[in-house]
Design a protein around this ligand. Structure first.
Ligand SMILES: *Cc1c(COP(=O)(O)O)cnc(C)c1O
Length: 251
């Protein structure tokens, strides 16, 4: 087994173990492999090891990798699902709409409108999650919890998107219990929006929402996220190894 295949197996084992201790079905948690800063070769290796869903933070880097995989000859290249998990500037929405399958980081209506307008007619609708900022970090991305329901209703009305759920990146804290507590803030927003959409479904316009995805948890806190109810963990380091830290970004 390659190092990467071994690392993937280990992450699956962690997910299963976390599901067991949370009394959850392991099929209810999807693994997104975060390949940012790693090359198309690393994605191809993970694909060979059976991983199909990949997350990218930087739009241009992601698009270059998508193009490289498409131009390659990997037998499973048509099966890859690409998720955009980084902040999206207005001038990048077209690239995202044209090349990605999912977006996790919608925090304002304008971005969602542009993505819907720019989604090519020959592609299935873009699957989107709203990003919530649960701990109020002023310079962090994400809409405030109280703004999520109105945003969800507006996004649900856009014709070329399917509203899938919520994503959050809580401030890192030490210790399992404290991490679970942070993640539960996002889970509470997720549940309240689910209930509101069920009681008062958005009328017409877009595809019916499928509010089934809670994108929570990374290499360091996936157990806590699963304990809190995550349905999708975004894991980079534990699969691909450490990344060189970009200047000016927190560790
Ligand atoms: C980089 C990144 C991840 C993966 O983080 P790791 O700690 O390497 O697992 C997950 N989500 C987002 C939004 C990221 O930017």
């Amino acid at each position: 087994m390659t190092t990467l295949a071994h690392a993937l197996t280990e992450v699956h084992r962690r997910i299963e173990e976390a599901c067991r201790s949370a009394g959850r079905d392991p099929h209810g948690v999807q693994l997104l492999a975060v390949s940012k800063t790693f090359g198309a070769d690393a994605v191809a290796d993970a694909l060979t090891a059976g991983q199909l869903a990949f997350g990218e933070n930087y739009v241009q880097e992601g698009c270059d990798k998508i193009a490289a995989l498409r131009a390659g000859c990997h037998p499973r290249r048509e099966d890859i699902q690409w998720h955009c998990i980084g902040p999206i500037q207005s001038n990048k929405t077209r690239l995202v709409a044209e090349h990605f399958d999912w977006v996790h980081t919608i925090d304002r209506l304008k971005t969602a409108q542009r993505l819907s307008d720019q989604r090519p007619a020959d592609r299935p609708p873009l699957q989107v999650c709203l990003q919530v900022n649960v701990d109020g970090g002023a310079n962090k991305s994400g809409a405030a919890p109280q703004d999520i329901l109105p945003l969800a209703r507006a996004v649900a009305g856009l014709p070329h998107l399917v509203l899938r759920g919520l994503m959050s990146i809580p401030e890192p804290v030490e210790g399992h219990a404290a991490q679970v507590e942070r993640h539960r803030l996002a889970k509470a927003v997720f549940d309240s929006v689910a209930l509101a959409l069920q009681q008062d479904p958005p009328a017409g316009g877009g595809h019916p929402p499928r509010w089934d995805t809670l994108s929570l948890g990374m290499s360091g806190d996936l157990e806590a996220a699963i304990q809190a109810g995550s349905t999708l963990v975004r894991v980079g380091t534990a699969i691909f190894g450490g990344r060189p830290r970009a200047a000016g970004t927190p560790a």
